[in-house]
Unconditional design. Structure first.
Length: 211
């Protein structure tokens, strides 16, 4: 990383949200800052909590932007802003983009437009599943998302069988309620998402499931 000075980290949530992913990224940003890099963290704003604009912190410069609103719930929502993100990359002279989770779809396209290397940080493979199931099939095998409508239909049918799905009472209701209204249409969007994610210069996963 000898030629890299400015690093951009993107994530849907940041302070005042401090769940596991945010704690990890905060620690990473702080470490990189201590090593002498200029770190920027680009996240969504929180108007109700008055977290908007830019703030200097010990881990770098935090940018709270309305453009990142809704990225976690609907991964494809922020793609339309990729040109604005590319402009940001150029204006701040970013040398490396490390985009985490669902907003990565937009930032991969932005980094390519700005001709800057880009790393996709995967904290779960739910983004690549039309059913939004994350990680496991009903038989506990990992789904590597071929994908095909035939396999998705088989997976959905398996969810309906209590004996085939572990911890049915705790998880099945939540999963079924969170399914897209028309997952067959969603399938084609997620297939496109896989292509975008695979086009990143590198992918990072902090789970043995992704090894």
């Amino acid at each position: 990383m000898a030629d890299i000075k400015n690093i951009l980290i993107t994530c849907e949530n940041y302070y005042p949200i401090r769940s596991g992913i945010q704690q990890y990224l905060c620690g990473l940003a702080e470490y990189l800052t201590e090593k002498g890099y200029n770190v920027f963290v680009y996240t969504k704003d929180y108007p109700s909590k008055n977290f908007q604009g830019e703030y200097k912190t010990k881990e770098g410069t935090i940018i709270y932007s309305e453009l990142m609103q809704g990225a976690l719930k609907e991964p494809f929502k922020v793609i339309k802003y990729y040109k604005k993100f590319a402009d940001f990359i150029k204006e701040r002279r970013i040398d490396l983009v490390f985009a985490n989770n669902h907003n990565s779809l937009a930032w991969i396209k932005a980094a390519k437009l700005a001709n800057v290397p880009m790393i996709y940080g995967c904290h779960g493979v739910g983004l690549m599943c039309p059913l939004r199931i994350r990680f496991l099939k009903p038989n506990e095998n990992i789904c590597w998302n071929g994908p095909s409508l035939k396999e998705c239909n088989k997976c959905l049918a398996g969810l309906m069988k209590k004996d085939n799905f572990p911890l049915w009472k705790k998880t099945a209701k939540h999963i079924l309620l969170s399914l897209p209204n028309n997952y067959k249409n969603s399938f084609w969007k997620y297939k496109k998402a896989i292509k975008i994610l695979n086009s990143a210069d590198a992918r990072y996963g902090n789970s043995s499931f992704l090894s």
